[in-house]
Design a protein around this ligand. Structure first.
Ligand code: NIG
Ligand code: FE
Length: 411
């Protein structure tokens, strides 16, 4: 089966560099005009000017009518699998109760832990499939999914199984992360180290059953300290996991420096990273996954200092942080607008941040985030005249068509 996309107005292949794209290289974005792509058996087989490829034989021919075409978007940070929802916390937020105070009172993450424990595996599965459909509708073709709303062995394993099962059943690719260290549950208030030990005791089974590729932790005031995070993640590395951190989201504890010290694949949030943290990040291969939707939704003013990070040479990705508490949206296009407006990222930087850099942040740099001959054809056709248009025209969905491995998704 062959498909020819032709009369592409602007094509972004995101294929200028081999590995992750850092610093000012993120502004070097070739744009191909009036191009065509031939897809055979789910893979990109030829890319070239429409005038050269228009006579290729293909069962399906799609006239792109001058539209923008890009790689499918890669989502490197979501909390996809959870029970319940938290609209009841909106009023508390409006009264100015801080996110970490809601958590301290047993709400926030802990309220979703309760709901997730009470939700059956089948219901969690149905809900995750629904959210994946919606992500696909916004142009996302690969998704990272964290656990972390079980925080006991049984429920964490339930969440991880669901993430893996939806990954097999849904057209989108799902990359699973174990976030057992996400909060401190009531029984462990006096002894959070025991909770970390219980979570670490799951590493062998998670590894053996290939339930997750990454281990993540929430390093934050009232959650886990830098020292606890270091110990826990070092243990994860001994079991062969790559590691990630929720770092410097609300209080600047030095999680960014720890991410670099541990050689973490990514440090996520980094909203209040210090000058020292930014400098270390810029001199490392750890990818900064910035989540401006979270800062917006929490009603805070400290957006990550993307400009300084990029100017210092860091590799930056962006993501929705989709979750039921601090960023309740699957709309990555809205996040692209926030990245432009609140972090002053350029459109070129933003496109690298949602494609190839996001793919590298979840070890999918070799398969996702680019349109390249030989790769799976994860491609989006946009109702937009050019790539700058997506962050500019905000809050709506610009997707025209999503192809996952060459197959049209009806979303
Ligand atoms: O990335 N910060 C910790 N975890 C999530 C929020 C999870 C929640 O509130 O349910 C985050 O913001
Ligand atoms: Fe998160």
């Amino acid at each position: 089966m062959a498909t020819l996309l032709y009369n592409i107005g602007q094509l972004l292949t995101m294929d200028q560099y081999e590995g992750q794209v850092r610093g000012q290289d993120m502004n070097n974005l070739p744009v191909y005009e009036n191009y065509a792509i031939l897809i055979e058996d789910g893979k990109v087989s030829k890319i070239g000017p429409t005038s050269k490829l228009e006579n290729e034989s293909a069962e399906e021919r799609v006239d792109c009518e001058g539209k923008l075409v890009t790689p499918g978007i890669v989502e490197p940070h979501t909390h996809l699998v959870f029970g319940g929802s938290r609209e009841h916390e909106m009023a508390l937020k409006q009264q100015g109760v801080p996110y970490l105070d809601i958590l301290k009172q047993g709400g926030g993450i802990l309220s979703t832990v309760k709901a997730t424990r009470e939700t059956s595996e089948q219901d969690l599965y149905n809900k995750a499939m629904f959210h994946l459909d919606r992500m696909a509708s916004y142009g996302i073709t690969t998704v990272e999914a964290k656990s972390g709303y079980g925080m006991d062995r049984e429920t964490e394993l339930k969440q991880l199984r669901v993430a893996n099962q939806v990954g097999r059943d849904h057209p989108l690719d799902v990359v699973s992360t174990f976030l057992g260290a996400h909060a401190i549950t009531k029984d462990y208030k006096e002894n959070p180290d025991a909770l970390l030990d219980e979570m670490a005791a799951m590493f062998p089974v998670i590894k053996e059953e290939e339930l997750a590729e990454f281990v993540d932790i929430f390093t934050e005031t009232g959650v886990f300290t830098v020292e606890q995070s270091r110990r826990y993640l070092n243990k994860a590395k001994e079991y062969g996991f790559d590691v990630k951190l929720h770092a410097d989201e609300i209080d600047p504890l030095g999680g960014t420096q720890l991410a670099v010290e541990l050689g973490a694949k990514s440090g996520d949030h980094l909203a209040v990273a210090t000058d020292e943290g930014i400098e270390r990040l810029a001199n490392s291969d750890t990818i900064g996954v910035l989540l401006p939707g979270t800062i917006f939704y929490l009603g805070k003013g400290d957006f990550a200092r993307a400009r300084e990070m990029i100017e210092a040479g860091a590799t930056i990705a962006i993501s929705t942080d989709f979750n039921p508490g601090s960023s309740v949206t699957e709309n990555i296009q809205l996040i692209m607008s926030l990245a432009a407006l609140k972090m002053r990222m350029t459109p070129e930087e933003i496109w690298y941040a949602v494609t190839t850099n996001a793919a590298h942040a979840i070890n999918r740099g070799d398969v996702a985030g680019k349109i390249k001959e030989g790769r799976q054809a994860d491609i989006v056709i946009w109702d937009a005249p050019n790539y700058k248009y997506i962050p500019y025209h905000y809050g709506v969905n610009h997707v025209n068509t999503v192809l996952k491995s060459g197959k049209k998704l009806y979303v």
